[in-house]
Design a protein. Structure first.
Length: 337
């Protein structure tokens, strides 16, 4: 009798444990109405450096994912890491993401994407703010990227920016190119600038940097040699844009740049993309992947809508009058007066 009672109790305990275990599992892996598992997935975000344009991409990426039902702390976990413009940090961050088998990596800016792809082909990598995905070796085909990689491009049109520059400051004959010579995204745009200059009788004088601490001296080196400065969406220059702008103001030099945030930080003007939109489009791609679509089957998206941004404070400080037509067409005019 005692033996039988012991068996009954043991069976009851076993059933209870199974029910409890099943409940715990179902709490972590609930299924949606369409049968898709609602597991908590981990997204690693690696960003090369802090500057407003890249920050906007990251913030809007997270916000758009929320709109699409992927909420940090609920059904996804986001691990954000910033490399502080250090290649060793980049490699370490991406190695960590790969070692921990994250479900997706968002790589913001070309160096981040190159580092992420270099560390893993098993984890889907979605890049953003990569000016030249082909030239940077991120993909071999924009329509069929393959190899678990896709993303968005902030392709800058040197011609569009220079056309705007000639509207605002038509006296320009010599352009100073300020950029990091190790950033492939910048090299691509500067090559386009040189092509535009050759076709329009302009001269390009280069001032290259390798880190943000060199931006001030490089900008100073252009004073007295050029009529204006051009800087693409260069992560190194963008992170030190207030310094470059201050030097240029003292020299009364207009600085034409590749991003709206660089205009806000003291550049004179740009004709570029909307980085909020770039972050949103990147999130749309990430959502497709989280729902099960292979990253390599999603075409790389190039944002081709350009907007004019102007800094009136900078214009006044260097004695430049922005034409009324440019002001009327501008998406945003930064003016503290």
């Amino acid at each position: 009798m005692k033996k039988r009672l012991t068996v009954v109790i043991s069976v009851c305990l076993l059933v209870g444990l199974l029910v409890l275990f099943t409940g715990c599992v179902s709490g972590e892996n609930n299924r949606t109405a369409d049968g898709e598992q609602n597991q908590v997935k981990t997204i690693g975000i690696v960003q090369i450096v802090e500057h407003p344009s890249l920050n906007t991409i990251r913030e809007c990426f997270v916000q758009q994912l929320e709109e699409l039902g992927f909420i940090d702390g609920q059904n996804i976990r986001i691990d954000y890491q910033n490399a502080q413009n250090d290649q060793t940090n980049l490699k370490t961050i991406c190695q960590k993401f790969a070692h921990n088998h994250y479900d997706l990596i968002l790589a913001i800016a070309t160096p981040s994407a190159q580092a992420a792809i270099g560390e893993t082909r098993d984890i889907p990598v979605v890049f953003s703010a990569c000016t030249d995905p082909l030239g940077s070796g991120l993909v071999s085909d924009m329509n069929q990227p393959g190899q678990n990689v896709t993303g968005t491009s902030d392709a800058v049109s040197a011609e569009a920016i220079m056309s705007l520059a000639m509207q605002i400051t038509p006296h320009i004959k010599t352009i100073g190119a300020l950029y990091n010579s190790s950033e492939t995204n910048s090299i691509s745009v500067i090559n386009n600038l040189k092509e535009y200059a050759a076709n329009n009788g302009l001269t390009v004088v280069e001032a290259t940097v390798t880190n943000s601490s060199e931006v001030q001296q490089a900008t100073q080196s252009l004073a007295g040699k050029v009529d204006a400065i051009f800087s693409p969406i260069d992560n190194t220059v963008a992170s030190a844009m207030p310094v470059a702008a201050q030097v240029a103001r003292k020299a009364r030099l207009p600085v034409y740049v590749g991003a709206d945030s660089m205009v806000k930080d003291g550049g004179l003007a740009t004709c570029g993309i909307n980085y909020k939109m770039l972050g949103q489009e990147t999130a749309n791609m990430a959502a497709e992947i989280l729902h099960g679509k292979p990253a390599g089957e999603i075409p790389v998206k190039v944002i081709k809508d350009y907007y004019i941004y102007v800094n009136q404070d900078t214009a006044r400080s260097i004695g430049v009058t922005i034409p009324e037509q440019v002001l009327a067409e501008a998406a945003e005019v930064f003016d503290n007066n």
